[in-house]
Ligand binder design. Sequence first.
Ligand code: IPT
Length: 989
Amino acid sequence: MDFRPLLLAGSALALAPMAQAQTALPPVAPAPVQQFGRVSFDQRSLMIDGRRVPIWAAEFHPYRLPSPDLWRDVLQKLKASGFNTVTFYFDWSYHSPKQGELDFAGIRDMERAITMAGEEGLYVITRVGPYVNAELARGGFPGWLNNQKARARTDDPDYLKAADEWLAAIDAIVARHQINGAHGPVILHQIENELSQTSPVHRRYMDHLYAVTRSHGITVPIFHNDQGRNGQWVPDGSPVSGVVHGPVDMYAFDGYPGGTCTADGKVSRGNGAPDWGYYGTGGARGGATASPATPGFLAEIGGGWFDYWGSNGIYACNAQQTGAGYGRLFYGTNLANGISLQSIYMGYGGTSWGWLPAPVVFTSYDYGAAIAEDRSLREKALALKPIGGTLAALPELAAMVPAQKLVPSSDAIRLYHNRSPETDTRFILATHQAGHWTDDTSFTFAADLPDGHYRFPPIRLNGYDAKWIVAGADLAGQRLVYTTSQIQTAQAKLLLLIGRKDEAGRIVLRYGSRPVVKAPAGVGVTWDAARGDLVLDYTHGPLATVEISGGGRSAVTLLLGDDAAGAACWQADGVLACGPALLRHAVKKGGTLALTGDTLAPSPLRVWTQAARVTWNGAPVAMRAAAGKALEAVAPLAGPAPIDLPVLQNWRMAEGTPEALPAFDDHTWQRIDHRADASQSQKPAGQPTLTMDPYGFHEGDVWYRARFKGDANAQRLSLTYGAGGAGMVQVFLDGRLIGQQDLPAAMPRPITTGNLTLAMPDMARAAGDHVLSVMVRNNGHNWDLTAMDEHKEGRGLIAASLEPLAGPAFAVSLDWRIQGRSGGEDFADRTRGTPNNGGQFGERMGWHLPGFDDRQWCATGPALPQGAAGTNWYRTNVKLNVPKGQDATLALAFGDTAKPRSAAQYKVLIFVNGWNMGQFIAHVGPQRIFPIPEGILNHRGANTIALAVTSDGNPANAPETVRLITLQNRRGGVDVAQVAAPATLPVSN
Ligand code: IPT
């Protein structure tokens, strides 16, 4: 293979006309190929076994889908959407309840996730942290690390010791599945994430990470993900000045361009797609890239965004903002700029169940991603398929360099023009110029292409979109001169080309002599004998079949269609099938082609195969011959049957706040003392250590009880507390709620701590013993994006003082005890793991578990009546019977789902079969619909739903109706086993 260096004389000359308009690209010396076993790279692309591979990846977090069989569903959908790689972050906290303990069993079996990805034909990029961010509580740091004084993300030996425990375990798993040696799917490996501190302690930390990673047997290239293209942690030895060098093999960065969605769910468009490579101005960061010896690598490119407490619900908007046109425009511009590795964040977002979320997010991590939280494919996923298809058809797209500048007929249009130094194949990306993003423009241009000089027919570009035009390629046994359609699928004898509905398209193919063309009416066929060009002109619409034979080449079938036609076509295992909602696999055995996939409704099936028989999900399908050497089903494939969902009734209820009562026995609770803590929240001098982490409580709710003697000075209670995003505090005196405070929802920086000052009722000054009971809902520790130990902000109570109005000098002495999750770091429910439980009484008593006997509870029928101030529990059982062979996502819906929030003020922890599947905050919102994955929810059997509802007990703040709803329903899917988890557990008060 010819590894001609970047910007050889020819292409450098070709760039000359650009020099005035843009900063000229400085000539870059050819970079040598760097070899890491089967993986290598030069400055233009990654190579596997010496062959250039565009890396087209999507991010997926297995821990955000706690039903491992469904990982396969997501992986198959990513593959079917055209990706060749999946990117996994790993969450250290998910695996480590306690220092020295790491758990990779069951839902935590990351080895299974990596293996599955390989089985589904995807490469894997692993990102192990130790810090990952990812909108996880503590950015993925385990709760116990909050008790470490050592500054995290530095070379402090205590921190490194902790990090090494995790890295040794996760790296060992990754190492077993590398492409090197093991022939596994892992091709690239990330250390740290967005480490924007670059002092010597951070440099030494990175050196340590690199060294231990190698010592753990990771042999593939190692990279870091820079927060934006800032030139932080560029490989040592890079000649660019003004960057921060570090111990990495490749430079990678992230970017979330293209505007945002406002809290009202409106798109506010930013500028167009940035030129983060060849066509950029470079500035202080150097020329083509910040790291000229390594290929352009976006370890995260926005494919949506997260949503936060109190918004109006922006996931639908995010999906639209990063929709089909955005994808073609932004991912295309990246590619044109030489960014040959791109990973979309997120491909599937999923659910931040239990106490996974950082304060910046609520339960749903849908992200507006291509695959929605309910695992349905959004329209934009279908538009990603042709991008993956083009890259798969022409891997040389991964390694192009700028070619001659092209001048369009319209000033509103910008044309990128790249060529492959190896094959001379061209990639022309047509976008709008800045300031013209919403224009509807028709343009032409002329170009010197490998097969001659051509003037292109009028091309339309409507709004926020881009056209991916390829010229001068050997494809499907033909010579492609150029096409204005996009290549979705190329096989040996088949080419599927698509474009916007009702827009004109053209393909020009070169032959030695006039070929025989069988084309339907509406396809214009012209033969240019002088050049040997066959020119087909058509309008993109329903799939049209053109058959070409003779002309000195092998026969080929062209399929021409619009986006919708393309969306209905899938390639799996080298077989193209059109009609159903998804094709998962196509396995040839003997004369039978066994197809598996999904239908959303009765669907036609057309498949291009030599096989005599076809089965669909195991059942034979009667087929007949169709145009273009295809077979088509005689009768449509069946769609799914509707799902009959029961109404939730037969609720039982119990009050769950006994801690508020003076008589409550708390002698087993831990005493609050003056122990050392590592909190970032300074407590006032003389105060005991109240924050929850030093007592081994890191997740969810925490209770405090203080005894005091009635005292004339007990006039005012001042509390400082940490509760995360939209967290809360409730204060009881001798069994009565005397105060409550919600942290207000705010972004972009959530308010995570609060002060509450209460005037104490007369009772507090009456002689005798009194009990103050305080519940703090900890909605997650902060992430540590700035590497300043932000995750160590205190949670639970930080300071408490019962004092006279004159001030704390004569404060009343409080004798505190604390209780959180049963067992603290030694909690019993190792199956559901660290995110599942906090310290609500009902949780400590196992009321959330399916095996709890609630027959003593009060039966309330279909109603959820308001209870006393504090937390009230409601339980019901429900039998489901989703038809076999159907893949559905069912959800719990609270109140009026048309509104982002309720007038009623209450918070609900949602337990399904013992699993904490999220939190509904009625008056904050916006999430009202909580998808429960199959495997957690038993689709064909009994289920227990338990709700822990916290409010002030006011009748106006009673819980609203809860319903089961169907979010998506398909015939097909993968087999899903129920996730085994204990029905009962030991209890403690
Ligand atoms: C960047 C992080 O790397 C990633 O973990 C996640 O937090 C993501 O973006 C946002 O969803 S952080 C951002 C400040 C660019």
